[in-house]
Write a protein that binds this ligand. Structure first.
Ligand code: A3P
Length: 294
């Protein structure tokens, strides 16, 4: 099948203008030079892989209380805040980013600050991303992405315009890094595993963070972070200025469906075959195992 790439409709150019100062190259360089604190934790994800979810889990575990933060995770997101804002954050900082490994703050890596990396099967991540672009009024005159799912998928598969250098490069870079640096504290998690057995995965996070925890705390965190509850908290408790300012029709695009396998409602048989072919090629040489349904 033909690959259709329509630059006009693709909103990456718009995203570049969202960094503080409006210059992405400068911003990345500045962020690369931030100074690590002893208790920094860095959450790394390819977009739409469960960043909000894990950020809330990490915040609760580090507080030792299953209480929602009134802030949204973007207040600690390397893409959206300036160096001064990062320095002004209270400790412990639960930093988060979609920047690929090579763009991460050097001092944090040199000082081996803990990294939690969450991965999601790329079919669901793609569908989620499509809806994200359809919901964000960041195009000219407040427009949203005007392409169809089919067009968006072609762009994803073609790799040429993948968000921040490509899904498979993103995840396999972390895989390689963990192999080459066996003593680096990095926890790799899968969205699908958290969905399937939240308490087991939250316990893994608590152990990795080395925080005191009880069975009650894990149960409470799992319950509070369950999709509908977190979505409701985002509406009722959090100051979600992003959704308020850029969501089309007031859509809660950060909390859309929260399931595994929604891609089946979007991919045609032909698109699925094409995707599988690409997936096999991208992941040859990788030992990562993804679940596309539960
Ligand atoms: P969907 O669009 O498939 O629903 P990120 O936070 O990295 O942007 O990822 C967003 C995706 O995670 C969205 O996927 C969102 O609904 C889902 N998500 C957010 N919180 C969740 C939760 N508590 N449980 C399951 N999925 C969640």
């Amino acid at each position: 099948p033909a690959i259709i790439v329509d630059d006009q409709k693709f909103p990456l150019g718009m995203i570049k203008t969202m960094v503080p100062g409006g210059n992405i190259v400068e911003h990345v360089q500045t962020i690369r030079n931030i100074i690590a604190r002893d208790d920094d934790v860095l959450i790394c994800t390819y977009p739409k892989s469960g960043t909000h979810w894990i950020w809330e889990i990490v915040s609760m575990l580090r507080k030792g209380k299953a209480e929602y933060d009134t802030k949204i995770k973007e207040t600690a997101m390397l893409e959206f805040i300036s160096k001064d804002q990062i320095e002004a954050l209270e400790s412990p900082r639960n930093l988060n980013t979609h920047f690929p490994l090579r763009m991460l703050p050097k001092d944090l890596l040199d000082k081996k600050r803990k990294i939690i990396h969450v991965m999601r099967n790329p079919k669901d991540a793609t569908v989620s991303m499509y809806h994200h672009f359809k919901a964000m009024r960041i195009g000219p005159e407040g427009s949203v992405y005007s392409g169809t799912f089919s067009e968006y998928l072609s762009v994803f598969i073609s790799r040429e315009l993948q968000v921040k250098g490509g899904w498979h490069n993103y995840v396999t870079d972390f895989e390689k890094f963990a192999k080459e640096n066996p003593d680096y504290p990095i926890l790799n998690l899968y969205f699908e595993d958290i969905k399937q057995d939240p308490k087991r995965e939250i316990t893994k996070v608590a152990k990795f963070l080395d925080v005191p925890y009880t069975e009650e705390l894990i149960t409470a965190v799992a319950e509070r972070c369950e999709f509908e509850n977190l979505k409701k908290a985002n509406q009722e408790i959090k100051d979600d200025y992003i959704t308020r300012n850029i969501a089309h029709d007031g859509r809660q695009f950060m909390y859309r469906k929260g399931t595994v396998g929604d891609w089946k409602n979007w991919f045609t048989v032909e698109q699925n075959e094409l995707f599988d072919e690409s997936f096999e090629r991208w992941m040859s040489g990788s030992e990562l195992k993804f679940k596309f349904s539960l």
